[in-house]
Design a protein around this ligand. Structure first.
Ligand code: GTR
Length: 327
């Protein structure tokens, strides 16, 4: 091949044209912690497809599943920095960044999942969205995450005394350390991706999660006792980086928001099915599932956690009371 000056010029002009075209299409990296077939990731994929289609490729999200873009606390920071555009985040690790969201990590703050939805789909959800937006995150919609219970490799937990001497992995939030401590166990904050190996090698004795996570992470292969305490019901968001959002046109903001709301609707539907299926799968595999004898004992043990939290965050007491009074 022979290069002439004009040829090189034409090629350069063509390349610039291509690059300019590419610059108009915004590629968004979307963070997701779970595997591709998990309800949240299926929903994120639907979100990505719909955004690409309806914006005619002006915004093209790509979903990175299995936490490959990093552990959750780091990914939240990356979204705030604008390096990752969007993510499906649990409010648990969010508390370290957005203090108001810690209210959602108070054990037994919601009576049940319906109570959580009633609060988050209304004015209270808006208060959390406002708090998130002050820290660089735009919450577009709220997903379900069921309720979390303890599981371990040693024996069933019937009363808080059964947690004595057991080491539990918790998500990265000091409230969970206090929670386990007040129940008599030992807590170790750890990234989700490290839990399976740590259970297997005995670095920890247990952890806590909902059925779909317990099952899809394969923790159930190692931890054969799942004890229903339902101590945490923590919502999850589809959250976009404010840094990215500020550059989006109003027309595309409307498209992205609608896609996120539809994705959350799909997630909630799939969630209900997956919870049942995961429960059945773990039971079939030989996991002993038990209801704790006295759920009230677990709730009573949380009184000092609430007292300390309110003492340290007096401005959040009214939010706690408002949530509790949602019917
Ligand atoms: C799951 C949740 C994840 C992550 C995980 C964990 O239920 O969907 O976002 O928070 O729990 O325990 O780290």
């Amino acid at each position: 091949m022979r290069f002439t000056k004009t040829g090189a010029l034409t090629a350069t002009v063509a390349l610039c044209g291509l690059l300019a075209g590419a610059a108009q299409a915004e590629t968004w990296r979307a963070w997701a912690i779970h595997p591709e077939d998990y309800p949240n990731v299926v929903a994120m994929q639907q979100f990505a497809d719909e955004v690409t289609e309806k914006t005619e490729g002006r915004i093209e999200p790509t979903v990175y599943a299995n936490g490959v873009l990093g552990a959750q606390p780091d990914a939240i920071e990356q979204v705030r920095a604008g390096a990752i555009a969007v993510g499906n985040f649990n409010m648990g690790p969010m508390g370290e960044i957005v203090p108001a969201t810690n209210v959602l990590s108070l054990p037994f703050i919601f009576r049940d999942v319906d109570h959580m939805h009633a609060a988050m789909d209304g004015e209270i959800g808006q208060r959390f969205s406002d708090a998130l937006s002050e820290e660089g995150l735009v919450a577009l919609s709220w997903m379900d995450s069921g309720s979390r219970s303890f599981y371990n490799t040693k024996h069933p937990i019937e009363t808080p005394a059964d947690m004595d001497g057991l080491k539990f992995r918790v998500m990265n939030n000091d409230l969970y350390v206090q929670m386990v401590d007040k129940l008599g166990g030992n807590a170790t904050p750890m990234a989700y991706g490290e839990v399976y190996q740590s259970l297997k090698t005995g670095v920890i004795d247990g952890a806590e999660n909902n059925y779909p996570s317990f099952e899809s992470s394969n923790h159930y292969e190692v931890a054969k006792y799942y004890s229903i305490t339902n101590h945490l019901i923590i919502p999850e968001c589809i959250c976009v980086s404010t840094k990215v959002w500020d550059g989006v046109s109003d027309e595309d903001k409307a498209i992205v928001t609608e896609a996120a709301v539809k994705a959350a609707d799909l997630q909630r539907e799939l969630w209900a099915e997956r919870s049942d299926a995961s429960k059945q799968k773990v039971i079939d595999s030989g996991v002993a599932v038990n209801e704790v004898e006295d759920g009230q004992a677990f709730q009573d043990a949380m009184e000092p956690v609430y007292a300390d939290f309110i003492a340290a965050n007096p401005d959040l007491e009214s939010l706690i009371r408002d949530i509790q009074s949602v019917q």
